[in-house]
Write a protein that binds this ligand. Sequence first.
Ligand code: EPZ
Length: 449
Amino acid sequence: MLGLLADSCGFSTWRRLEFMDRIRIVGGHSLRGSIPISGAKNAALPLLIASLLTEDRLTLKNVPNLADVNLLVRILRNHGVDLAVDGKRSSPSGHLGDTIHLTARDIVDTTAPYEMVSRMRASFWVLGPLIARMGEARVSLPGGCAIGTRPVDLHLTGLKALGAEIDIDSGYVVAKAPKGLRGAHIVFPKVSVGATHNVLLAAALAKGETVIENAAREPEIGDVATCLTKMGAHVEGIGTSVLRVQGRDRLEGAVHTVLPDRIETGTFAMAVAATGGDVLLEGAHINDLKTALDILGETGTSVEATEAGVRIARNGGGIQPVSVETQPFPGFPTDLQAQLMALLTRASGTSVIRETIFENRFMHVQELARLGADIQLHGDTATIKGVKELKGAPVMATDLRASVSLVIAGLAGEGETVINRVYHLDRGFEQLERKLSACGAEIERLSSG
Ligand code: EPZ
């Protein structure tokens, strides 16, 4: 994978090269050892965006080296954010995090262009901070993984309540707040992670108090709220569905460490459950993933919190079927739905998964079927009949979490699986092949370059 800021070959060149990369897996090996958990992608992205709120330096530690982070860094640079990176990455088994210093002394451009925002949905979250700091913003409507229609109405309603005037013009959200933003009472009709981030970030620089009801409670929101508090805004209710934000005229710099990635943790936990073995997920926070780990326990996998992280083991014994529904935090995360499905393809019985967050998040089903999985889809519900074994096959990665479900199935299957279009994986998993092969998996990247 490419270094965080080493984009001298240009993002488009990088995309062409990575687009053709494939991953080859020879399945049937159990996983044993330890895997260091990286900083959370979905916290690092809004934290990087928070740098737009202050002219002082924001230092973020434990930032994962991912394609999405690289892309956001380019977008932020376009707005005028200066970046410096500290610290070399150590050995694969060591600490993987990077430290990034961001300084947005002068915002030179308040437009976030289509070419960039259409590639990653989270970059739309620059909207709130730009309006709050500059009184104007022009941000392309977003793209991102094709897992549903993914509207932005809640983001816009929230920002309007804070006083932004918003128009849509030629695919862009054009926002103005000539008198600045002012605190408001916002009740979201539906839980949205992105809308909560966008409004929370904007509220930190709005005049007075903002109350966000029915806010998302994901740990990544809490991480951003904690960082904003270090920057001088006061946020109460962290971890609950009611956030109270005392905005400030000016925010200060801060130093903040990105929390461990709970979805990466859950993904490796499912992989160990699928292949069998015993792995310590170093640095993982068990409380950020309680529902998913409880479900894993129900499948017959042992889950143990230790001082060093979370230990996952399945030695002998079959995989028990389960029934699960995805829900906003603290429920079972949609971002682990595909990985759980890969595990359940080999359960001794029939499991049911209902996807309630995104309407098109079952693209992995037909690819899992290539490996021999028996899955029936009816609307938002997948019925998975466990099979005795999966057999390796060529498959296609379709979105970030779907791709990694194919890795899990490949690791648990017999023979060779080749996954095409792995650039999806590089958006959200740091050193995936290295981490898995260090635990005994036979997995390699077939590079096109
Ligand atoms: C965030 O996406 C995550 N992305 C997603 O992770 C995650 O799947 C999702 O939250 C749900 O947990 C990041 O954190 C960068 P939402 P987001 O707004 O914010 C509807 C991954 O794999 N909605 O909580 O885009 C929406 O259509 C990614 O890492 C509206 O109707 O998700 C969906 O049905 C993929 N109107 C539901 O809310 C809006 O204005 C939840 O979406 C906004 C959302």
